[in-house]
Design a protein around this ligand. Sequence first.
Ligand code: AMP
Ligand code: ZN
Length: 668
Amino acid sequence: MSQTVQQKIEQLRKELQQHNENYYLLDEPSITDFEFDSLLKELQDLEAQYPEFYDDNSPTIRVGGGITKIFPTVQHQFRMYSLDNSYDYNDLEDWEKRIIKTISEPVEFVAELKYDGASISILYENGKLTQAVTRGDGFQGDEITSNVRTISDIPITLKGDFPERFFMRGEIYLTRKNFDKINKLREEEGLDPFMNPRNTASGSLKMQDSGEVRKRRLSSVLYQFISQEVPAETHWELLEKSKEWGFRTSDHIKLCKNLDEIKEFINFWDVERHHLPFEIDGIVLKVNSLQQQRQLGYTAKSPRWAMAYKFKAEKVETELQSVSYQVGRTGAITPVANLKPVLLAGTVVKRASLHNEDIIKKLDLHEHDFVFVEKGGEIIPKIIAVNPEKRDAGSKEVQYIKNCPECGTELVKVEDQAIHFCPNYLHCPPQVVGRMIHYVSRKALNIDNLGSETIEQLYREKLVENPADFYALTKDQLLPLERMAEKSAQNIISGIEKSKEISFEKVLYGIGIKHVGETVAKKLVKNFNTIDDLKNATLEELCQVEDIGMKIAVSIVDFFNNPENILMIERLRSFGVQLEKGENTNEVVSNVLEGKTFLFTGKLSLFTREAAEEMVEKHGGKNISAVSKNLNFLVVGEKAGSKLKKAQDIGTIEILDEQQFLDLIEKQ
Ligand code: AMP
Ligand code: ZN
């Protein structure tokens, strides 16, 4: 019996790894995300059930969830040098001359992109990822292995004919798209946006919860193989081998025979880099022959055989014409600089985000200032400084608005947040329309025939004011709208009708309670079966749900204290929208843990935190997020910290290790 389970587990691990590779390395997904998640879940369940087959390198490890409080400092066996920088062709010519002085034979170069992220050194032993360390000061860095394991395109087991023990070095970075996604989510949750992909990538690597790291969707590129004995003659060969072993290497490398070919590569990427899905800040040139590299050696700080060529950040000066203020769905105000149109990195720039009042103050922005605009990691350009020399003597400071530009209501600022909000939640037009657009969006009720323009028209015609109004719409009301044909009107009506089948968690996300994003909505539905249960929940009960803090809890309670929201919910209910959990969302295996509350802390090794929490639920227990006297069991992994101490202080909480937790379930 256990033989077949073990085989099943191994087969699933292999299969998942192959799919992962198809997806990340070959860019050819072989199954849908949903199928992938189902397989992963199957494996997770088996691993949780049969902890004896635990493997540090199972694909489920990527799901993360372990908490690391302190990242241990680790000495680099091979120092991580920095690179010398050059800024023009003269610098490069000087570099070549210095090389020729030492090396008499012809020298070949490998030209690569200089990825702008955080560098990493990863140790592989017997084909398994065993340790990942940040660069730190080059001599020692922080060990962040569990976080690096969550990065999907970093192999945790290798294939082919790999050396027994070696280090792979590379860069962890964020694509522009994923960076924008993170900021969009942050905005939804009322948090300040991150400033650029590079800092976000290195910050993400240092997060304590590896499950959160995974959600950041970091990427990797590996560009250097290091070991005592090197299985090749050239850097190029090493890159090719690395690829065969399963590493993601750069697709944009070129073997150059001379400086002219190097210049060609640089010129090409100086322009093309703006079309890459990620940020680069230059080019790296490396002597290809490893023998020549050894001959050239190192200076005190960097290899003599490599050189970075830094692109000039593209920066232009233009005039600030005015500042306007946008109001988002949640009432958040974004100041926007309207600029005199100017050409920057191949596109005409007319606007730049100013983010918030603090940034305007920090820039010391005055009306009609001349400003320097740069294209950073984001798609939207940003103002990096003003030119005080071109400022008119009498020019006034830019004054942040006091009232909402759309509805006139006085703005409010939440303590320790930089953003202003319009508090007129129910009647500020962009908020009202924004909420309806959100309701029909793909991840919510997914009514895709109902576009934002139609919603705006419907709102202007006073036909809709909140999501419940959609369900009362008739075809006759739609037909008189601009550009509305019989067929599209019919599609809208059927789309609205179909949305009545959409699950409760999506509806909960769709009704747009402030700070309730997709993940929070899911967690809420796990803990509250119906919208009425949620409505009746106290602040305390809400805060006990995993990941629900005071801020979210207050926002939920506020929402349900508002009679207009209650009315909307009653109307949604009368139209047949799903306001209760479906039957199959939470299968129950037993009720041995009924009435008991659990919390997991420390680095778990028998199962992931998510799998553990699922086990609790399947056996009738409840997960809570903090140590309090309501907690019955604290399950501790390695290096448990403050939670354990607090639980011991309270004294009534039973402390279990992972095996004891499993015994508890199996006792049934
Ligand atoms: P700097 O931080 O300016 O000293 O530049 C050195 C850093 O460039 C290294 O620590 C790497 O993190 C980074 N880098 C990015 N792409 C490459 C590449 N293709 N080869 C080597 N280093 C790279
Ligand atoms: Zn307003």
